[in-house]
Design a protein around this ligand. Structure first.
Ligand code: XMP
Ligand code: MG
Length: 183
């Protein structure tokens, strides 16, 4: 539906679905039912994580509650500076809760490591991260990500929540962009 804007499909819709179910099965085992911490709290980072978050929540065989944050990182638009501003904060107190950050993609890892530090000061009972995608750069940043869907090459990707200039989020797969789109 975007003509020839998409150069290649990196991860198909079926592959995303299978991986989401695999992650959900593994992760559900870490959170015993009826724990005193209450339902697992999923924190999604807007907007990119929305598609993964909703599919992941439905794949998890345990009750979850959903919260969202929006952050923006200062500096150039193509590389993350690590200085992060909260555009939309959580509506709820997370003290004493089991919290799982749900991310679409970890690139440099700077945004996520800032977010983990920020949320840990709010004293959750536990704080882990699941990300659908991770780029090789992230391996150089000491940010502890318990669960990773796919390690992908260092290319700009779109679809399944990920955008270029707010477009392509609605694609059901992850693809790479034809260079003519940004040149
Ligand atoms: P860092 O570098 O802090 O940044 O890990 C992660 C955020 O950068 C965005 N990002 C991308 N967005 N396609 C996108 O649409 C990409 O290939 C890509 N790589 C990084 C994204 O917002 C992510 O949360
Ligand atoms: Mg983006």
């Amino acid at each position: 539906m975007y003509g020839d804007d998409i150069a290649s499909v990196l991860i198909t819709e079926a592959e995303i679905k299978a991986k989401t179910e695999e992650l959900a099965e593994i992760i559900a085992k870490r959170y015993p039912p009826d724990s005193p911490e209450g339902d697992l709290l999923l924190i999604g980072v807007l907007k990119g994580a929305i598609f993964f978050m909703t599919d992941f929540a439905r794949a998890l065989p345990i009750p979850t509650q959903l919260e969202f944050m929006a952050v923006s990182s200062y500096g150039s638009s193509t590389s993350s500076s690590g200085v992060v501003r909260i555009m939309k904060d959580l509506d709820k107190d997370i003290a004493g809760r089991n919290v799982l950050i749900v991310e679409d993609i970890i690139d440099s890892g700077l945004t996520l490591s800032w977010l983990k530090r920020n949320l840990s000061t709010r004293n959750p009972a536990s704080l882990e991260v699941v990300t659908l995608l991770r780029k090789p750069d992230a391996l150089r940043t000491p940010v502890d990500v318990a669960h990773v869907g796919f390690d992908i090459p260092n290319e700009f990707v779109v679809g399944y929540g990920l955008d270029y200039a707010e477009r392509y989020r609605d694609l059901p797969y992850i693809g790479t962009l034809n260079p003519k789109v940004y040149s």
